[in-house]
Design a protein around this ligand. Sequence first.
Ligand code: FE2
Ligand code: FE2
Length: 395
Amino acid sequence: MRRIKINNAEPGMVLGKTIYGYNYEVLLNRGVVLTNAYIKLLKNRGFIRIYIDDEETEDIVLEDPISDKIRIMSTKDIFRTYKVTQSSIANIEADTAESIIKCINTPKVKQSFQESPAFKQLCNDINYFLDEIMNQDILSGLNSIKSFDNYTYEHSVDTAVIALIIAKRLRLDKEKLVQIAIGEFLHDIGKIFVDEKIINKPGKLTADEFKLIKLHTIYGYELLKDIHTIGVASAHIPYQHHERQDGTGYPRGLKGTNKLDSKGVTYTEHEKMILIAEIAALADVYDACSSDRPYRPGLPPDVVFELIRAGAGSQFNKELVDCFLGVVPKYPLGFEVKIKNGTYKDFTGVVASLNLCQLSKPKVRLLHDDKKNKISPIEIDLSSQGVTIEMECVS
Ligand SMILES: [Fe+2]
Ligand SMILES: [Fe+2]
């Protein structure tokens, strides 16, 4: 299986992963043979990439860290939790940050959130979610193909997946994993208290608009901080997920220790980030940069990988980044790559298998030459001695 741009899809290709519609109804099943009409339908629905199965890549198995069933269930419950909270503030007029915070802390808003079947179900989903994640040691590197309408909810699920795989590598205990799961599911819930027009604005934000967006961290914290099923530590994920190690983040300009072993730091210490929020900060940027948005395609995984590496120490906890780079492949399985030097310069192919000891040096299967002509596959192992091939992901 491999991932291709919808613009490169051709009739006769076989779909490698099921594609879902706005309400997670099946649009096209895995195994369907693409026709011009299907390709047009997918383009019209805003899909930029799809997975296909073909002879050259049939041995490449791309597994999502969580099943479609659990992914869809959690996404829907996050969506429903957002909606129920949104409707509890529908007729309330509050236009300053203070009045919005006051409104969030009214029994009406708190109760409709806490007692909603959607939120209870979401808490319940965590067990299924953790069960599936526990079998995963590395990230596939391929984030989900998100639909434009449900981006926020799908992003929340993906950040939970990323954060939990890191947490698992760090051997954090079950209590922390549960805190991470619920905190990530709801890390951006504060956005429902910010004007939708600003949240969905495709272009650059003005300074005033950005000021308002920043408040989503405080609103999220205010909503979750005294919900006993969540716990105050989880509420610090919405609160701190935009903070940075060097103190230039928001809303409070907290700093980090750049160490994993910061046992002394708790959420009551007011100048430092807590580890679960540092994990959330990293997962948030990784997923947001990799995802396609209506106004820009996602960055290629090797570029995001380098971006995270470059942010180590200033933006992200340095020791955490070291751990992260050990669980995420720079060139994900099934991804299209282009050779940059040597005999095969400008040949393209796919990542055919990962080398778990050296995640950045996979086996690559070249399928097209430098003139884009199909060739009989050539396999190169980047981890072999003497191989000095450089490559980049095709965006
Ligand atoms: Fe956020
Ligand atoms: Fe986010």
